[in-house]
Design a protein around this ligand. Structure first.
Ligand SMILES: [Fe+2]
Ligand SMILES: [Fe+2]
Length: 626
């Protein structure tokens, strides 16, 4: 048991690293026996750490967080240092840390310590912005507004600080929060360019106060300003069709100017955002044809050789023109160009498939465990969101989704493969004995005809199960990787994942049938509980498949002896007993009864979910996808 908050954080990080290390070993191991030994070691370690950390958090942090123990200056300082160091090093959006900053700024406010209060509000916003949705993010916006009001009060900041050093630090923190707010705006799936420009204008107010800073200080203020300025132009051109006419007029002249400078540079020295931005701008304003734009973008993306260092401590210091940056930004415009080509459909499909093959091959080279995981989660989710509408065949789309899941979360891939196999097995047995249950999905009246649709139903069920948790990759750092109990707020955050899965799947025509099934997989059979509550699973024509997925999803999760963090997996029998107890409320009673009374099916499911049954399957997945 550690004695102090900073020590707790230090230990906590070390523990997470230990678990990561075994995961890396797992990926390298070829022999089943060694592999199993490591897998068990990983599970044991997670459970051990979970218990320790849980106890330490309960003693050292929770009493403060929930107001049972009053803060004093010393503890506040420790809490701040602990949470801040963790935030800076892990780049986390861990909700617990956000809650700590709230307690801290309340404390400093009550002490009349304006400097530390502002600092905690800044830290809170920067951290909570990484949340994608929910109340915390709303609160972060409010705090950022509060912080940004200080851009009109720089004179006040200068007055309250006795020395220049504190003044400079205060200003840097305020600017840092405005920058985070900008990044948050630009990380929206459909960013609002006017709001991004407003953030940039807020930051630019600092230019009025140039005389307050030394040359060196000013340089460190000016550089991020220029970066944000270039980014605004780039984002505007990428979303040209939804940009306001006035903004187009104002930004238009900046593109050719930047381009003329860029074209003189060798490829590896070019600023990707300025160079690519101009090419896309030229397409939208009719200066270039789609074929010409495509050729230029492709030539550029092939010319960039420098590799992204996924283990660098600061991912944001990477050169903009690294392969990762180029792929995440040029692929979508290239796909748009192909769609705009004047050629036959078959050729377009071929060209798109080629591009997707290239990206997948690249994504496969990204290490599973690396320093900038949280950033990668968001960047890859964005890539998925942007690219999935362009995929023509659903097998290819599933493959792409797999590739995304694998790149970030082996545990989720294993879970979706397991759930898909279980769902398929129960479905096959149900079709044979209870065909009438599938009439509604198929929109037919005669149960005798259901058997003819077996392949169709199997594919629908299997693919829906493979995609049902894709929304989780957005929160990969919360799901399955924590070694402590999730707070209520974190749990509420996880509840968004069916909605995110739905939003992704709805973006592709072929995947749309799976979207509703994924959306409903955490709703109860009676429609009275689960999430999201706005979705009425009882009215869905896919409800039998939703019910089936709900059962198989829980069957895998509850019996998993290796994958889950804190509990040792339950036996198949006890999980079946739980299904029976909640049949009619949480689970579809007809499905539960069907499994309970079908010995042959039970034997198969018991075997599939057993330790031995899992070991083989997991090992196979690890080897295939590492
Ligand atoms: Fe789920
Ligand atoms: Fe699931």
């Amino acid at each position: 048991m550690v004695g102090s908050i900073p020590k707790l954080y230090q230990e906590y990080r070390k523990r997470l690293e230990d678990v990561d290390m075994i995961e890396r070993e797992l990926l390298r191991t070829d022999n089943l026996e060694d592999w199993l030994e490591r897998l068990n070691r990983k599970s044991d370690l997670i459970r051990k750490y979970y218990k320790q950390t849980e106890k330490e958090i309960n003693t050292l942090i929770n009493p403060i967080l929930y107001g049972e123990k009053p803060l004093d200056d010393k503890t506040a300082k420790e809490l701040y240092e602990g949470a801040y160091a963790y935030y800076e090093n892990v780049m986390c959006d861990d909700v617990m840390e956000s809650q700590m900053f709230v307690r801290l700024w309340e404390y400093y406010e009550s002490q009349g310590d304006e400097f530390n209060e502002r600092s905690c509000r800044c830290a809170f916003s920067n951290n909570a912005f990484l949340n994608v949705e929910g109340n915390l993010r709303k609160l972060a916006m409010e705090q950022a507004d509060w912080v940004s009001s200080y851009m009109d009060r720089i004179d006040h900041l200068r007055r309250i600080h006795a020395n220049d050093e504190d003044f400079f630090m205060d200003v840097k923190r305020v600017l840092g929060t405005l920058r985070s707010r900008y990044e948050m705006e630009s990380s929206q799936f459909e960013p609002d360019i006017s709001r991004m420009i407003a953030c940039f204008n807020d930051m630019s107010k600092i230019r009025k106060y140039r005389s307050y800073f030394s040359d060196a200080e000013w340089e460190s203020i000016e550089k991020p300003l220029q970066e944000v300025g270039a980014d605004v132009c780039f984002m505007a051109v990428l979303h040209w069709n939804s940009v306001d006419e006035k903004i187009k007029e104002a930004l238009g002249p900046t593109y050719p100017l930047g381009f003329i400078e860029q074209i003189k540079l060798p490829a590896e020295e070019r600023d990707m955002k300025v160079y690519v931005g101009y090419i896309v701008y030229a397409f939208y304003t009719g200066l270039l044809k789609p074929e010409q734009t495509f050729t230029l973008l492709r030539a550029y993306s092939h010319s960039v050789e420098n590799e992204y260092d996924f283990n660098a401590p600061n991912w944001f210091d990477q050169p903009a023109a690294s392969r990762f940056g180029v792929i995440t930004t040029t692929t979508k415009p290239m796909l748009e160009m192909i769609e705009a080509f004047n050629c036959d459909k078959a050729k377009k499909i071929r060209m798109k498939a080629e591009l997707f093959y290239e990206i997948q091959t690249y994504i496969e080279t990204i290490p599973r465990e690396c320093k900038c995981k949280e950033y990668l989660d968001q960047a890859l989710y964005h890539l998925l969101y942007d690219l999935i509408p362009f995929i023509d065949e659903d097998d290819m789309a599933i493959e792409f989704i797999d590739c995304m899941i694998i790149s970030r979360q082996m545990a989720t891939l294993i879970h979706t493969v397991m759930t898909a196999k279980l769902s398929e097995t129960v479905l096959k047995a149900l079709i044979a004995k209870r065909p009438e249950m599938f009439l509604e999905v198929l929109g037919i009246d005669d149960p005798d005809e259901v058997a003819e649709y077996t392949e169709f139903l199997k594919k629908l069920m299997y693919n829906a199960a493979r995609c049902h948790d894709i929304g989780k990759i957005l929160i990969a750092n919360i799901v399955n990787t924590q070694i402590r109990r999730l707070s209520d707020m974190e749990y509420s955050y996880i509840k968004f994942h069916p909605k995110w899965s739905y939003e992704i799947l709805m973006r592709n025509r072929n995947l749309q049938p799976y979207a509703e099934i994924a959306l409903g997989h955490h709703r109860s059979f009676d429609g009275k509980s689960g999430y999201p509550m706005y979705f009425n699973n009882r009215k869905s024509k896919f409800r039998i498949l939703i019910d089936l997925l709900t059962v198989c999803d829980c069957m895998d999760a509850a019996t998993d002896v290796f994958g889950r963090n804190y509990t040792k997996g339950k036996t198949f029998e006890s999980v079946m007993a739980e299904f029976s107890r909640s049949a009619g409320t949480h689970y579809n009673p007809e499905i539960v009864d069907f499994i309970v009374n079908n010995e042959e099916l039970k034997t198969t499911l018991r075997e599939m979910t057993s330790e031995a049954g899992r070991a083989d399957r997991y090992f196979h997945i690890y080897r295939r996808y590492r």
